[in-house]
Design a protein around this ligand. Structure first.
Ligand code: FES
Length: 190
């Protein structure tokens, strides 16, 4: 329980639903404080405890927000983790725009958003390039203004060589979306 009125996103959980007509599974981030239990009939609910813990094994999303120093008091952390986790379940290769949209419902009152984004943008293939080409909304843009320094032109070693980086991605375990739990088969027929 965070604010209890859908304002902070700290209680975000992932609700998974099977769309029978499309034979497709969708994952939705939901503020648990606003969702009555009866509305969860036939749906699968995943909480932050369900994706990993320090006693079992933490999830890549949890590891990266921790290593990027994206958690201070920790009030918002479960919500940010679950919003990122839900995004990855729907889209294993998100863009920076996807990230910004995914966190619109999450508030942090003390750490600041930079370390949180630094941690999570490691799930984006070309985060710096997209920030420049898409973040300014420049539709007539022809190539990256970083020129030869564009992240697409640098190898992994060069990308890691950031003097002011908050952490090194190479210290984190790689994320493999194929290892996520499957949708409960019994809910496909209910
Ligand atoms: Fe304190 Fe985000 S770490 S509110």
């Amino acid at each position: 329980m965070g604010c209890g009125e859908g304002g902070c996103g700290a209680c975000t959980v992932m609700v998974s639903k099977y769309l029978r007509k499309k034979d497709q599974i969708v994952h939705i981030p939901v503020n648990a404080c606003l969702a009555p239990v009866c509305a969860m009939h036939g749906l699968a609910v995943t909480t932050v405890e369900g994706i990993g813990s320090t006693t079992t094994k933490i999830h890549s999303v949890q590891e990266r927000i921790a290593k990027a120093h994206g958690s201070q008091c920790g009030y918002c952390t479960p919500g940010f983790v679950m919003s990122m986790y839900t995004l990855l379940r729907n889209q294993p290769k998100p863009t920076m725009d996807d990230l910004k949209t995914a966190f619109q419902g999450n508030l942090c009152r003390c750490t600041g958003y930079r370390p949180i984004m630094e941690g999570f943008k490691t799930f984006v293939e070309h985060p710096d390039c997209e920030k420049i080409t898409n973040g300014l909304g420049n539709t007539n843009f022809n190539g990256c203004p970083m020129g030869k320094q564009c992240c697409k032109n640098r190898n992994n070693e060069e990308k890691e060589d950031k003097t002011y980086a908050l952490f090194q991605v190479s210290d984190c375990k790689p994320y493999d979306h194929t290892q996520e739990p499957i949708f409960p088969p019994e809910l496909k027929i209910s």
